[in-house]
Write a protein of this length. Sequence first.
Length: 282
Amino acid sequence: MSFNKLAKQLLPTHFFSNLSTISTKTLIQMNNVWASYDAKNYSLKEITLSIERGTNYAIVGQSGSGKSTLLKLINGMMIPSKGQIKVDYQTPNINNKEFKRAMSKIGYIPQSLGLVKNITVLENVLIGSLPRIGKLNSLLKKFPESEIQEAEKIIKLVGLGGKSERKTYMLSGGEKRRVAIARALMQKPILLLADEIVSELDQVTAREIMDLVADAQQRLNLTAVMVHHDMHLALEYANRVAVIKEGQKILEIGIEGDKIIDFQSGNMSQQEIMELYNSNEP
Ligand SMILES: Nc1ncnc2c1ncn2[C@@H]1O[C@H](COP(=O)(O)OP(=O)(O)OP(=O)(O)O)[C@@H](O)[C@H]1O
Ligand SMILES: [Mg+2]
């Protein structure tokens, strides 16, 4: 008996009907995903979602609801306990060589930004080019002139022109986020995963950073999955907003025209959405 036939006998039929929803438009597909850090508790439960290429997908929820865990599953830093994830047709797992190669196209900005504080802006941004400059050059940190020029171009693009030689620890919070975005863009990513990069910023700076991402998305047809603290900001910029509560996706909404649409169940009224939306505001 073929593996497929055997699997069909062993797995519930809805598993396969979900799989058939994967299309070329879809970049990320999660089917009934569960994740845990220990044997007792699940940090994420029954997560099913589909993210189309080129969209800005926001994840919102209270502290500890599982937002960062969701991003870690998408970039393969964590493996689900149950369920299936596909990112650009591959199963995320950083221990898998093939996925690791594909990962160079995922620009991941962790909640802590992951910048090296005591090196310059330029050096931090150049880290984004390491996967493509070859092992030896990468070990010696020898960057080709073309990569340095590219990094300078991106530094200007994110509004840090003239600051490339500045040590990163000397920058403001907003400037550090720009460096992290620049490093991610330097990877020439198809997918940007950003974990609360505009939280704790004033409204003006937060909008500047979000405009920057929106602009990069348009130019590069980039898919962005961004964790937010501010529901209103998320709704303003994202095509879809998933609300996570205690590890479960309880709502998925987006604006069409002047209406908020419920994409999860499809049968909630505008008023019901607003009530749920307000009661879950972080
Ligand atoms: N390394 C870890 N080991 C054990 N449990 C963890 C670990 N990281 C997260 N958790 C637990 O998993 C759950 C989800 O955590 P996660 O970091 O995904 O939440 P979050 O929504 O990103 O929260 P925040 O808004 O505070 O960043 C929490 O209950 C948390 O305690
Ligand atoms: Mg988090």
